[in-house]
Design a protein around this ligand. Structure first.
Ligand SMILES: *[C@@H]1O[C@H](CO)[C@@H](O)[C@H](O)[C@H]1NC(C)=O
Ligand SMILES: *[C@@H]1O[C@H](CO)[C@@H](O)[C@H](O)[C@H]1NC(C)=O
Ligand SMILES: *[C@@H]1O[C@H](CO)[C@@H](O)[C@H](O)[C@H]1NC(C)=O
Length: 370
């Protein structure tokens, strides 16, 4: 009798403990999960480079003579348009290049401007390279753009290599990739600081399949995904937000350990919006880092109406900030203006301002707008 009671009590306690654990787990999940499934899964349709831009670009490329000419041309021209390259545009660019070394370099330069490539696109690109060592080099540079990540597509790509040792190496590269984020792309920097606009206008909403999502809600979901899916222990990161003033998550960058990633996600979830757009205030805090800062990711939906407000001003500001740093800080910028009442001119001004920041620091610029 006592034994039965004891056993019963034991199982009851186990059940309660398990329910508690489950509950604890699900509370944690809720914190981690973005407030809306749509905010997590939606990806704005990319706008590709205009045909006229491409034609001029490719014509100019045909006029280059040497390997170094071609690379210089790509370095100068690729950042001059805010749109991403479609897979066809990537392939036609490589087709115009006449040296394996410039073809390889082009993969590195195009990478930030590629939203996604299919396994078949990657196969086509590798087909443009002659030697298997160069094919492998190219694969290393573009693997992270692969969208249809499956065993089948990995094998399709690996089969472009003749030797089994190469096939294995290709599979190893492909097994190491994380999904590319449609806002932040791939975070390859060893030290990355995310600087985010939390001004009042980030509360403006856009519609996805009838559901209203605010800009900030979407950006929070995408940053959460990026940090969670991509950052590895050897990377360091921090999060800074700005409106009237700037605020940091941590005083300086910290290791991307699982615990720190979880804490960052909790921090992101709590972010709200208010006030003005003080971009230089946000950058001030990012540049305060004592570490070798590789890349700042700056996202805003406007132009500053506080702090440094002119293009000339921000260029000088960035030159000054970078002057005494041994390794220059690159700023990848994103102008994110879906929905909202802004007219075309205001959208263009935001593109221009954020593009100028990227340009002044050799970063990449991405414009996402109506
Ligand atoms: C609940 O989750 C927290 C945070 O991960 C953890 O520290 C704690 O031990 C968990 N509690 C239980 C009962 O599982
Ligand atoms: C912009 O932000 C910085 C950093 O928080 C702050 O020092 C500065 O006073 C702000 N500028 C204005 C005009 O509020
Ligand atoms: C940008 O790149 C150019 C050419 O490679 C270089 O001369 C310049 O110092 C770089 N600027 C910064 C801020 O990294």
């Amino acid at each position: 009798m006592n034994k039965i009671l004891l056993a019963f009590t034991f199982f009851a306690l186990m059940a309660i403990a398990s329910a508690f654990r489950k509950n604890n787990f699900s509370t944690e999940q809720k914190q981690v999960a973005a407030p809306s499934k749509t905010a997590e899964t939606f990806c704005p349709n990319p706008k590709f480079r205009p045909e006229a831009w491409m034609k001029k670009f490719l014509d100019g490329l045909s006029g280059t003579k040497s390997d170094s000419d071609q690379i210089k041309y790509l370095q100068d021209q690729i950042p001059t348009d805010p749109h991403v390259f479609s897979s066809d545009q990537v392939v036609s660019t490589i087709s115009k290049l006449t040296f394996d070394s410039s073809r390889l370099k082009s993969m590195e330069l195009l990478n930030p401007y590629i939203q996604s490539l299919s396994s078949q696109n990657i196969v086509d690109i590798l087909g443009k390279l002659t030697f298997s060592s160069n094919k492998m080099g190219a694969l290393k540079l573009i693997a992270n753009t692969l969208t249809d990540i499956s065993d089948q597509s990995k094998n399709l790509i690996a089969n472009q290599f003749t030797f089994s040792s190469d096939k294995n190496e290709a599979l190893m590269i492909l097994n190491g990739i994380s999904p590319r984020n449609c806002i932040y792309g791939t975070i390859t920097a060893k030290v990355a600081v995310f600087v985010i606009d939390t001004s009042g206008s980030m509360d403006f909403k856009f519609k996805v399949n009838g559901e209203s999502i605010s800009r900030i809600q979407f950006v929070k979901a995408q940053l959460t995904k990026t940090i969670n899916e991509q950052l590895k222990k050897y990377q360091k990161f921090n999060i800074i937000t700005f409106s009237n003033q700037a605020t940091y998550w941590k005083p300086d960058v910290i290791d991307a350990t699982p615990e720190n990633i979880l804490a960052a996600i909790t921090y992101i979830n709590k972010l709200g919006t208010s006030g003005a757009t003080n971009i230089s205030g946000g950058l001030d805090l990012a540049f305060r880092s004592k570490e070798v800062l590789n890349t700042i990711y700056l996202l805003s939906d406007g132009v500053p109406n506080s702090g440094v407000m002119t293009i000339e001003g921000i260029k000088k500001y960035l030159t000054d900030k970078n002057q005494n740093r041994q390794e220059k800080v690159k700023i990848n910028t994103i102008s994110f203006i879906l929905g909202g009442p802004e007219n075309q001119q205001e959208r263009t001004l935001s593109f221009e301002f954020l593009n100028a920041i990227a340009d002044a620091t050799n970063g990449s610029f991405k414009g996402i707008s109506e």
